[in-house]
Design a binder for this molecule. Sequence first.
Ligand code: MRU
Length: 346
Amino acid sequence: MKVNEKHYRTVWMEGNSIFMIEQNLLPFEFKIFEAKNYQETCMAIKTMIVRGAGAIGATAGYALAQAALAANPENYLEEINKAKLAIESTRPTARNLFTATERVYAASLKSPQEAIKEAQCIADEDADTSLAIGQYGNKLIKSGYGIETHCNAGWLAFVDHGTALSPIYQAHQEGKNIFVYVDETRPRNQGAKLTAWELKNENIPHAIIPDNAGAHLMSLGKINLIITGADRIAANGDTANKIGTLEKAIAAKFYGIPFYIAAPRATFDLNCPTGKEIIIEERTQNEVLYQTGMNKQNKQEKILVSAPGSQAINPAFDVTPAELITGIITEKGIIKPTIEEIQKIF
Ligand code: MRU
């Protein structure tokens, strides 16, 4: 995607370094972060400098390639195993991260060069599959549609194009008249900060809505379609995505609004039978108690927005049961969230 007329991917590798767009500073500052070794790359995933299932998948693949490149040939296997463990301990929910480490690990057993090649291939595939998801998803969008989306499953959450936003970009490019309702997505506000920034850059009509406004807007007939991303899809179609997704799906069912998940095959976990087995990341309570924004001096500032001394609970994802999902938009086409249909695309 373009930022100030220049094309960027969310994450890429040059020499021994991984470069990524610093997402914690957006939408106020556009900066590139350089991770010089795999430990720094792990820190970037943990602190969400890079985030979103596809983007952390590609970053994790690059991190393991970085480790292979730096490993001492005498302790090569030991160092690679240690790095794989460290990378896989950064964030537990997004399947793409593990899909990437498993692939790059297998390649790294041949040589560091093979590891780099595989990591690059994962990043390229992520961009390509996102584009294909956009082509299939665009077919669901009619001119005049109001579309709701949750969190950020745009190009920032992947290497390029995105998943939930990719059909929206293609519909807009074709001249369809659409309006996007962007859930703010507390506590980290990936909708208000990242999705809105992406849509504004592309001149797509949109409005940020409070997380609790979705059902109301659905009841007024403003929303024709809901598309969200996914962090992990179980073998039966149950889907983990950013916290708050489940509520949208329940409301959509009540009002008869189509609710779609957009995700590549790298997000499916066929070894995970149902959503009950998906590990849900618990993040620090400070993300709920404090908010970060731009102050009058044009500096980012973190302030307390809750009763001093109160505790918070911060589950980062929830699981939407397959029965609430109308379909899953993949790079192989749109499928029903059933074991049979999922198996067909693998
Ligand atoms: O915690 P994050 O920002 O890494 O969460 C991931 C997400 O962006 C969402 O859950 C998204 O809808 C699916 S991943 C593209």
